[in-house]
Design a protein around this ligand. Structure first.
Ligand code: GDP
Length: 444
């Protein structure tokens, strides 16, 4: 996942400062230097870092912070808010027309994930927003691109309009518009040609399509792995096409994250979606605040709840999420969580989304973790409903019975209960954060 080392470093810095009872100008400056170094090392644009640090410093030196009960925590909150600001403050949804055909033009360099993103977006707006999209293959340079789009279209049940490589891209776009009107589609997504580098011919082709289609959105796909070059590419496309949104792809890779943190601040184009893998469903709507939480290692409880709701029994999930957000968390809820994790596949990926577990995620051995998870499930299943609601009644004889019933040992039972207590504490912190807008787990 992107941002890993930045995230590690910032968390260490914050642990240091939140551990300090009193904030002095010296330890504040030390912390700011660390934050600055972390951002530069993550390859964030120099100018962006400079402005960022200046803003944090100005706010952090205010009397409100210096005299507060926990100044370290206040400073972490300031850094968090400034990162949200860098990433865009507000969610940026697609620009749908109130009436008539909405058109989305996908642009970007070859290999950035444009074709994949076209299909992912078609899929997400069809499923979640009940839109009726048509995909259009305007990348007529590469026959493989047309085939790829057709295959993806078939997978998601979305029609792909193509006139093959013999027809010019503009003509394909024109005929596609007429076709979409005739067939009653409400959204058209144009997958345009990419190049390895920006060239005039490509830009002309894109401008011609734009002039005809009048897109409601022009989405530029940028590959998170290209680092600071994202900014140059985005600037060039934006100058010539007035891009309305970015799709950051390959965030699942180990990019240092600098380009991602710089691009919005420099181009002022909002990020609308992020690509998190090769599969069709690996696309998220971009939420700046959740991304900031993730960078600061606070987990992403909201994404977790959303993903869980989609993939598992809705009712159990909603109940469990509700209880978690209210700070009530029992072994039954933990069982539901474990079942979700199992259903969702990758344990490592899930762990990163669970508050408090993100730091552990890189260190876990998945096989071991899976067998631990199975054991814990068996243990909880061997408990009576009363024991699950109130584990404090578990004395030696009950633990013995549970260990026998689940084919584990008393030590395993103790471990499971410990884990539960830890999770419960995290959930409590999360719920008080959700209610009071405070930061969890940062206290000294
Ligand atoms: P295009 O040339 O811009 O249309 O790029 P493609 O859509 O063909 O994607 C290029 C490669 O990147 C393909 O192998 C995709 O499977 C892969 N890809 C696209 N998006 C993502 C992503 O978010 N994560 C990862 N890991 N791979 C991606």
């Amino acid at each position: 996942m992107a941002f890993e080392s930045l995230s590690d470093r910032l968390q260490k810095t914050f642990k240091n400062i939140t551990g300090k009872g009193k904030l002095t100008e010296k330890n504040m400056n030390d912390m700011l230097r660390e934050v600055r170094m972390s951002l530069l090392e993550a390859d964030v644009n120099y100018g962006v870092v400079k402005d960022f640090i200046a803003r944090v410093k100005e706010k952090a030196m205010g009397t409100e912070v210096m005299t507060s009960l926990n100044p370290g925590q206040m400073v972490v909150k300031i850094v968090h808010d400034e990162i949200v600001d860098l990433l865009g403050t507000q969610d940026a949804p697609l620009n749908y027309k109130a009436m008539g055909l909405t058109t989305i033009m996908m642009v970007g360099l070859q290999g950035t994930g444009k074709t994949t993103a076209s299909a992912k977006i078609a899929n997400v707006i069809k499923k979640k927003q009940s839109r009726n999209p048509l995909l259009v293959a305007c990348d007529v340079i590469r026959p493989a691109a047309i085939e790829q789009l057709k295959t993806l279209g078939e997978t998601i049940g979305v029609e792909v309009f193509s006139l093959g490589v013999e027809t010019k891209a503009l003509e394909t776009a024109q005929k596609a518009m007429a076709y979409a009107q005739e067939k009653g589609y409400d959204t058209v997504i144009f997958d345009t040609a990419g190049r390895l580098h920006i060239d005039e011919e490509l830009m002309q082709e894109l401008q011609d399509i734009k002039a005809y289609v009048h897109p409601d959105d022009i989405l530029l796909t940028v590959d998170a792995m290209t680092g600071q070059d994202i900014v140059n590419v985005a600037n060039s496309f934006h100058e010539q096409l007035d891009v309305t949104g970015l799709v950051l792809t390959k965030l699942d890779g180990d990019s240092r994250g600098g380009g991602i943190l710089s691009v919005r601040a420099i181009t002022n184009v909002p990020v609308k979606f992020v690509g998190l893998g090769e599969k069709i469903e690996d696309l998220d709507v971009f939420h700046p605040d959740r991304m900031a939480d993730r960078i600061l290692g606070m987990g992403d409880i909201l994404s977790l709840v959303e993903q869980a709701q989609e993939k598992m029994d809705m009712e159990a999930s909603a109940k469990s999420a509700n209880r978690m957000m209210n700070g009530q968390f029992t072994l039954t809820d933990m069982l539901v969580q474990y079942e979700q994790i199992e259903k969702m596949g990758s344990l490592g990926g899930m762990m990163k989304l669970i508050p408090g577990f993100s730091q552990m995620a890189g260190q876990i051995d998945e096989d071991k973790a899976d067998s631990k998870l199975k054991k814990s499930k068996a243990i909880i299943l061997s408990m009576t409903p009363e024991e699950r609601e109130n584990p404090s009644i578990l004395r030696a004889s009950r633990k013995n019975r549970i260990a026998k019933g689940s084919g584990t040992s008393v030590a395993d039972v103790n471990r499971c209960i410990n884990e539960f207590e830890k999770m419960k504490t995290v959930m409590k912190q999360m719920s008080s954060m959700a209610k009071g807008g405070k930061m969890p787990g940062m206290g000294g």
